[in-house]
Design a binder for this molecule. Structure first.
Ligand SMILES: C=CC1=C(C)c2cc3[nH]c(cc4nc(cc5[nH]c(cc1n2)c(C)c5CCC(=O)O)C(CCC(=O)O)=C4C)c(C)c3C=C
Ligand code: FE2
Ligand code: FE2
Length: 363
């Protein structure tokens, strides 16, 4: 049961953004349609996008059905996110009357449903908190845009702050490092392990156009290596889940699994861009990469669990909320280098500047 704050305190609505996942096999096609019809994912004009989304979602549904069948027919993303929501409410009991709401991008509960709930609760303020540690135009920016559209539609006008990203947030890093250390104990019995810090990939073009996601994933991997402080650790930052005909960023996790097989080293795969379990962790890493590894000569394979509701991670999220609330105006906290404010619309945001790439227009 979430801790009930005393009455009369400020009502703070925290909106947790995530991708969403089909709850049953019948939801798979409409979920995929929503995903491919997102202009942040499919960067072509509206009518063409609609037709392509219809076509691709129909085709992909068959492949994806096999993936979701392995998880009992639906994604565990929503129940996992609900658990994180409750844990965060408890961690923030001293900030005021805190309630977490969930806004998924491609499957229910979506932003319009979350906006209706937030409006009915009538908070004093709103904090938008993506469950994506690394910022991408395809994830965080897309969710934020849809949130603002849904809020405007029903006239939800409240002081709103946004946590932009937190690729090196200490609680997130500490929680992950603990899980990696645990995995390394077992893997170490089978040789000198190699660690793959595996993130969901992106089409290369998206990164070339200025998306800071890959750069931030690399900062997460480096921060983890630093926190682990293991001399001569063998590690690589890799990308998984490629879909479609475009060239995606690399090195790909598949290629690195094959290389580990040739080198006969145990593998420890760490999902650094996901904070709870779903198809990409349970099936793609836990099942597909595991089989690929063992079939190709990798002596031992460990899929590291996500940070989920681990206390360090939840405290890290709570600290981000405290930071953004303490900052004035409609601040956006960009945690790419500790606490810095990310100016309006993300333009001039330090992570974009640091890459020397164009500032992003996220909304
Ligand atoms: C870091 C998070 C994610 C990024 C970046 C991202 C970009 C991205 N994704 C696709 C296509 C698909 N993604 C799918 C599932 C999926 N993606 C993420 C996260 C990111 N996606 C999650 C958490 C999930 C799992 C949802 C669940 O199981 O509950 C899928 C569906 C599954 C499948 O068919 O493989 C597709 C398709 C693109 C094209 C893209 C960037 C352009
Ligand atoms: Fe994805
Ligand atoms: Fe930022």
């Amino acid at each position: 049961m979430p801790f009930k704050a005393p009455a009369g305190r400020r009502k703070i609505a925290i909106v947790l953004f995530n991708l969403g996942g089909p709850d049953r096999l019948e939801s798979l096609k409409p979920f995929l349609f929503n995903l491919f019809n997102d202009p942040a994912i499919m960067r072509v004009p509206g009518p063409v996008r609609y037709l392509l989304a219809k076509l691709i979602s129909g085709r992909r549904a068959k492949v994806a059905a096999e993936i979701y069948e392995k998880m009992g027919g639906g994604s565990p993303l929503l129940p996992n996110t609900v658990a994180q929501a409750r844990a965060l409410e408890e961690a923030l009991w001293d900030e005021g009357e805190v309630r977490c709401f969930i806004a998924m991008r491609y499957w229910h509960p979506m932003s319009d449903e979350a906006v209706a709930e937030v409006k009915a609760w009538n908070p004093d303020e709103v904090v938008l908190l993506p469950l994506y540690p690394q910022f991408s135009t395809t994830t965080t920016a897309s969710s934020v845009r849809v949130w603002h559209e849904a809020a405007a539609k029903v006239g939800l006008v409240k002081p709103t702050k946004l946590i932009c990203c937190y690729p090196t947030e200490p609680g997130f890093i500490t929680a992950n490092a603990r899980l990696v250390r645990e995995a390394l104990v077992e893997a170490g019995k089978h040789g000198t392990p190699r660690v793959l810090f595996s993130a969901h990939g992106l089409p290369e073009k998206v990164v070339k156009d200025g998306d800071p996601y890959q750069w931030q994933c690399e900062r997460t991997a480096e921060a983890l290596v630093k926190e682990l402080a293991i001399p001569d650790l063998d590690w690589v930052s890799t990308y998984q889940s490629r879909v479609g005909p475009l060239k995606w960023i690399g090195p790909s996790t598949d290629d690195e699994v094959h290389r580990a097989g040739r080198d006969r080293v145990p593998l420890v795969v760490v999902p650094i861009a996901f904070v709870s379990e779903h198809s990409e962790t349970l099936v793609e890493i836990g099942d597909e990469y595991r089989h690929l590894a063992l079939e190709n000569g990798v002596p031992h394979f460990t899929a590291v669990p996500t940070v989920s509701v681990s206390p360090e991670f939840i405290q890290g999220l709570a600290n981000l909320v405290r930071q953004v609330r303490a900052a004035g105006g409609d601040a956006k906290v960009c945690n790419a280098f500790g606490t810095r404010l990310c100016p309006a619309q993300f333009s001039g945001c330090p992570h974009a500047k640091a890459t020397g790439r164009q500032a992003l227009a996220a909304e």
